[in-house]
Design a protein around this ligand. Structure first.
Ligand code: BGP
Length: 469
């Protein structure tokens, strides 16, 4: 048998990924308005609280707003080729509907991107990541209102234009499919009594699709060299048994996710979804021209996050549950789980990469992957996070296999290269970083940064372009 060459491509985009609201802090500094995250002290899965009386760790994040120079220097030491972050919408348009952007907010990201470029770190920018101006929720009802398309388009055009010489890689919405699972965070949706929630969520998604396509259009007009992608939370589902009914249930469950990338990458609403809408009394209001916009401006690449896999069964009530803090389901007896119940599945990453590439034939970018874990600081001050190394090592090996399968993978950014506030639970003890941040769930700590054992490990992976794996 001939030997298969397994290597990462030259110019592979190694790096890390974060989101503005989970690390910047300075939530009311520099003219910034209140965002949905600022009133979500318990994270994206829980009700929001406008009284703001409860400790909200997003408010200070890890103080990246003031310490980004130190952090970018550490990323440079890791050898990062790219760094993915998002732009806090409320730094640019504090309430979302102003006519003019906030210059102080724009300036912050100019400085941040310049700092990255100083070290040849390519900025990869998510235009909207899990937060939006609270003003757009209160005054317009969030994304179920069509007006949001215009407000997003203005925001997107403003940043695409302003940073056109600094940013070549963009994404329109983080995990766009999460509007179905966390409707407040994903879509600014607050439901009324008796409202058809599913209808509102899919209507919000439709508005986001159109907004996303308009951002693709603007991006290509402003800088034809730039690439703009979608970003989905991939949720690979296995059938619990080989019973064809289970296999079909797994496919149907996967389609709840793939629907989003189907629309963004192929530019059409797939037939299976039109049927689902009919069967569930969902009517999507579209305006003339919407379908043309979707068709004309598909994304350039598919960005996705991958943390775990899922299991579907036609008789789930008879089976053991997977009690993860995100999307419960059936437990997979072959997999271990993280401390938060996320089922760890490196092989599934190879499957997802192959499935997405077979389906779209567009470049893929793993823009989030990692292990959320409790880290212990030893007496000597070190953090021995071998579990994190094991997780990342196993996943990256599968990514390498997928490349050998022929998948066009352009980059890998691990989630939270520096510890930050969790999205699902808004806590700090769920850590992902190669760099530890001294800050706890009660809001105590110095914000000091400490390299963990995984720091040198990842540095070596990048330095060898993955040959060390
Ligand atoms: C993704 C989000 C991130 C993020 C990550 C890890 O869904 O895009 O914002 O934080 O998951 O999730 P968590 O922080 O809940 O562990």
């Amino acid at each position: 048998m001939s030997k298969i060459e397994k290597t990462f491509p030259e110019n592979f985009l190694w790096g890390g990924a974060v989101a503005a609201n989970q690390l910047e802090g300075a939530y009311n500094v520099g003219g910034k308005g209140l965002s949905t995250a600022d009133v979500s002290p318990d994270g994206i899965l829980y009700p929001f609280d406008e009284t703001m009386t409860k400790l909200n760790l997003y408010h200070d994040g890890i103080d990246f707003y003031h310490r980004y120079k130190e952090d970018i220097a550490l990323f440079a030491e890791l050898g990062f080729k790219c760094f993915r972050t998002s732009i806090a919408w409320t730094r640019i348009f504090p309430n979302g509907d102003e006519l003019e952007p906030n210059e102080e907010g724009l300036k912050f990201y100019d400085d941040l991107f310049d700092e990255m470029l100083k070290y040849n770190i390519e900025p990869v920018v998510t235009i909207s990541h899990y937060e939006m101006p609270l003003g757009l929720v209160k005054n317009y009802g969030g994304w179920k209102n069509r007006d949001l398309i215009g407000f997003y388009e203005q925001f997107a055009k403003t940043v695409l234009e302003r940073y056109k010489d600094k940013v070549k890689y963009w994404m329109t919405f983080n995990e766009i499919n999460v509007v179905l699972h966390a409707p407040f965070t994903g879509g600014g949706l607050v439901f009324e009594e008796g409202e058809n929630k599913k209808n509102s969520m899919y209507q919000a998604a439709h508005h986001q699709f159109v907004a996303s396509a308009l951002a693709v259009k603007a991006c290509h007009e402003i800088n034809p060299e730039a690439k703009i992608g979608c970003m989905i939370a991939s949720m690979l589902t296995y059938p619990y048994t080989c019973n064809p009914e289970d296999a079909f249930a797994a496919m149907e469950q996967d389609r709840k996710t793939l629907f989003f990338s189907d629309v963004q990458a192929r530019g059409i609403y797939p037939g299976y979804m039109k049927r689902y809408f009919k069967e569930n009394d969902i009517t999507i209001v579209m305006e003339e021209g919407d379908e043309d916009i979707l068709k004309q401006y598909p994304v350039d690449y598919i960005g996705f996050s991958y943390y775990m896999s899922f299991v579907a069964s036609t008789a789930p009530e008879d089976l053991e549950k997977a009690d993860g803090n995100l999307l419960n389901g059936v437990k997979n007896p072959y997999l271990q789980s993280s401390e938060w119940g996320w089922q760890i599945d490196p092989k599934g990453l190879r499957t997802v990469l192959n499935q997405l590439y077979d389906r779209y034939q567009k470049p893929l970018f793993i823009v989030e992957n990692g292990l959320g874990a409790v880290d212990v600081v030893e007496e000597d001050g070190s953090i021995q996070d071998d579990y994190r190394i094991d997780y990342l090592h196993a996943h990256l090996k599968e990514a390498k296999e997928a490349i050998a399968d022929g998948v066009d993978l352009i980059g890998y950014t691990s989630w939270g290269p520096i510890d930050l506030v969790s999205a699902s639970t808004a806590e700090l003890k769920k850590r992902y970083g190669f760099i530890y941040v001294d800050r706890d769930n009660e809001g105590n700590g110095t914000f000091n940064r400490v390299k963990k054992k995984s720091f040198d490990w990842y540095k070596n992976v990048i330095a060898t372009n993955g040959a060390s794996l």
